[in-house]
Design a protein around this ligand. Structure first.
Ligand SMILES: [Zn+2]
Ligand SMILES: [Zn+2]
Ligand SMILES: [Zn+2]
Length: 434
């Protein structure tokens, strides 16, 4: 793992961009020294670095401030960034494929880096959900035994369908039944009505985060606790109130004032605690951290441990797709060189740069300086005076799907982050007649 690697150009560019956020004026020699320190296993000569800088228009022109990305970030944006307050830690015993390792990346925290060349389109890994969360809109169908109690798939008639001997719940097959280690605790345990309140609350308020966090807690409480707790502990965490205050530019002037948000969070907390008070209830602080955690980590509503280590790029190097009932497959979108970072996109990459940056700032607390954003911002500066107007594509209307406002007005305000990737949680489901 510590063998010498020749970094790809993309990776050099990405690292240079990261370093320049905090040290915008480093000349080639100092930049080279810093890269050597941060990436001791890289084989990178000063000459090659100079060539890459030149090829990507990243050479520092003395006195020229254009490369000072920090200085380019508007003040009101800086005030809203919260990525530095997002904490994550190394997960002990994390299963990582041989082609990838977890690395601390300059300015980004944890990330995944290729240990060897990975061919385009190859599968890098598959993984099962650490915590699988059925869409809340399927809860009723699950209760009635019309959808699988574990994976929420609508059940047609099949000889494989396995009924629960105690309640009306059913599973696709034995595999789903065995995977469903919380069923007996939430469906017909002593406190199943308290769990039902959590589900009803999610459905009525159209506010998913407390429900998702309840599933995380349930997994920690009733499943193979050590494995799941260790994984959950390592996930990136940020208090939801900090996310809300910084992420929502209209926080203070919005319909729901800070106080009203507080009331809403407390309401969610009370509902959650009705169930978890019988086990080990989270503190209110844990609850806020938990909401922030599910919002920034979930993929289509569920939590995947290794996938959650992927950092963002608007020109991502990997694809993440659902496979089977509760698994995902991560494949290379292009050839990856050893030492290159694996990146995914947290947002719709068809959006224009201004919208992408705004969404990332709101939902993840950072100002994107991926190679594509830097390139597009530069182009905009060069061509006209309208930054962000380059390559403007029609906004994909389906994505923002102005989450129809609920009675309480919650869904609009909660930057319940556009689920990592394309489809929104609720898009997947429906289609079932009760
Ligand atoms: Zn199933
Ligand atoms: Zn049952
Ligand atoms: Zn970007």
């Amino acid at each position: 793992m510590d063998s010498v690697k020749r970094p790809s150009e993309d990776e050099i560019v990405s690292v240079v961009n990261s370093i320049r956020v905090s040290a915008p004026d480093l000349g080639v020699a100092k930049l080279h020294a810093k890269i050597r320190t941060d990436f001791p296993s890289w084989s990178l000569s000063v000459n090659r670095l100079r060539a890459v800088l030149k090829a990507h228009d990243l050479s520092l022109v003395s006195g020229h401030k254009e490369l000072n990305f920090e200085a380019q970030i508007p003040e009101e944006v800086k005030r809203r960034m919260y990525v530095e307050e997002t904490n994550s830690s190394v997960v002990q015993g994390l299963h990582v494929p041989a082609t990838v390792h977890v690395s601390q990346l300059a300015g980004k925290g944890k990330g995944l880096v290729a240990t060897e060349a990975i061919p385009k389109d190859s599968t890098i890994w598959t993984e099962q959900a650490l915590v699988f969360v059925p869409p809340p809109s399927m809860c009723k169908a699950i209760l009635l035994g019309k959808a699988c109690s574990y994976c929420a798939k609508p059940l047609a008639s099949s000889v494989l369908i396995t009924p629960c001997p105690t309640c009306s719940g059913r599973w696709c097959n034995n595999l789903c039944r065995r995977s469903d280690r919380i069923h007996k605790h939430i469906r017909h345990g002593t406190y199943s009505s308290e769990w039902a309140e959590i589900e009803n609350f999610a459905t009525e308020s159209q506010w998913n985060a407390p429900y998702q966090y309840a599933h995380v807690l349930a997994a920690c409480t009733f499943e193979n606790q050590h494995h799941i707790q260790a994984g959950v502990e390592g996930l990136a965490k940020i208090r939801q109130d900090i996310r809300q205050q910084r992420g929502d530019p209209e926080y203070l002037s919005s319909i729901l004032s800070g106080e009203q948000f507080e009331i809403m969070w407390q309401e969610g907390y009370v509902v959650l605690c009705k169930f978890f008070n019988h086990f080990s209830p989270p503190s209110y602080e844990d609850f806020l951290l938990g909401l922030g955690m599910v919002n920034i980590n979930s993929f289509e509503g569920s939590i995947f441990l290794l996938q959650s280590h992927l950092n963002h790029s608007c020109d991502p190097s990997v694809d993440v797709k659902f496979v089977g009932r509760s698994g995902i497959k991560v494949t290379a979108r292009r050839h990856l060189s050893a030492g290159e970072e694996l990146t995914t996109s947290y947002i719709d990459t068809n959006l224009d740069i201004d919208t992408r940056r705004a969404k990332l700032l709101q939902n993840y607390g950072f100002w994107c300086i991926c190679a594509r954003c830097i390139h597009e911002a530069d182009l905009a500066l060069q061509t006209t005076s309208q930054p962000g107007d380059v390559k403007k594509k029609p906004k994909s209307k389906s994505k923002s799907k102005s989450k129809s406002k609920s009675k309480s007005g919650r869904s609009k305000q909660e930057p319940e982050r556009a689920r990592k990737k394309s489809v929104t949680f609720d898009d997947q489901v429906i289609e079932i007649k009760y």
